[in-house]
Design a protein around this ligand. Structure first.
Ligand code: 5MM
Length: 328
């Protein structure tokens, strides 16, 4: 597991479910067919910047079974770049107790047998995403606790199957809430998560946390400084995350590519924490590559360069060595 985040390396989250992939492809007017999804993921996994910057890739069920047109398994492309293959094992969201807004994550019933299969297919780590929303009367403690309980049961099952679980409790950026409201929701979520992990006897040194950063909502009007987000995120983590957790790999959650990098870099420059602090970005690693690719084979090289650049920038940020001059 340490390998995944060694020397500033991080994780590429390429585990978009087919509906999410369609949303991303719609922005570049590319049809979300199985072949196009395969071609796009192949482009990413073959990019030069995978090497030394990306320690693990989270795949979706369809992708772990796919091969290139010349018959190379996509899992093998990842291994050729010295990264470890991982797999998203949750089955998406369903309403929490008939709520219109709050959600719980599905997929626990047959998780054990699916883990057995994924391990045989080469997966070495897994991911389960829970989603927490902020609004007038939520998140409710009931929804937080139910999601935390499921994350803990998931982590235990995965460890029993000899893989490393990534626990992802994502407090969404959607809304106009301020940074304090995000802090409170994140803090309650992390506290409940670690209480439940302990209750389930999950091995914390064998677990990775994938949290949101503590930011205001995406519709919040005031500008909040990079330093404030970095300080509030670290304060929140210090308050709730045990010291024997080895690694925290952030999601980007809708922040732009550069802002995600800047926040990660600012936290690593502050330092003073016991965990490795790195990235497990989806959109913040892929946005530029996707907009460059546009589904055209003649754009593959340029799209790979865009992705490789982002991967390197985030590695620098995970080491606290990023600066804006490197972006040019
Ligand atoms: C890449 O998207 C992942 C799967 O989401 P869906 O089940 O909704 O398709 C998602 O879990 C992702 O790994 C995280 O949200 C991190 O991605 P971002 O874009 O927030 O960095």
């Amino acid at each position: 597991m340490n390998y995944i985040v060694e020397n500033g390396k991080g994780i590429l989250a390429a585990d978009e479910s087919n509906p999410t992939c369609k949303k991303r492809f719609d922005t570049i007017s590319v049809e979300s067919t199985e072949e196009n999804r395969r071609d796009y993921r192949q482009l990413l996994f073959q990019a030069e910047g995978m090497l030394n910057n990306i320690g693990g890739v989270i795949l979706f069920d369809e992708t772990i079974r796919q091969s290139t047109s010349d018959g190379t398994a996509l899992v093998d492309l990842i291994k050729q770049k010295k990264a470890l293959p991982g797999i998203k094992v949750d089955k998406g969201l369903t309403p929490f107790e008939n709520s219109d807004i709050e959600k719980v994550t599905q997929g626990i019933e047959d998780l054990d047998s699916r883990c057995e299969e994924y391990f045989k297919m080469g997966a070495l780590f897994t991911k389960w995403r829970a989603v927490i929303s902020i609004g007038n009367n939520f998140p409710s403690q009931g929804c937080i606790d139910e999601n935390a309980k499921l994350l803990a049961r998931y982590a235990k099952i995965v460890q029993n199957n000899n893989m490393v679980p990534i626990v992802e409790p994502e407090v969404l950026m959607d809304g106009s809430h301020n940074i304090q409201e995000c802090y409170d929701a994140t803090s309650r979520t992390l506290k409940s998560l670690f209480q439940n992990l302990e209750k389930e006897n999950v091995d914390i040194p064998g677990t990775i946390l994938k949290p949101n950063m503590v930011t205001p909502g995406s519709d919040y009007q005031e500008k909040i400084s990079i330093e404030t987000v970095a300080n509030e995120t670290l304060r929140c983590l210090h308050e709730s995350v045990p010291e024997n957790l080895p690694a925290i790999t952030f999601l980007s959650g809708g922040q732009s590519e550069t802002v995600s990098t800047e926040h990660l870099d600012a936290m690593n420059k502050i330092g003073g924490f016991p965990w490795k602090l790195s990235f497990s970005f989806g959109r913040a690693l892929q946005a530029g590559a996707l907009q460059t690719w546009l589904g055209k084979s003649e754009n593959v090289d340029a799209a790979q360069s865009a992705f490789s650049h982002r991967a390197l920038m985030n590695k620098k940020a995970a080491l606290g060595q990023w600066s804006i001059n490197l972006e040019i």
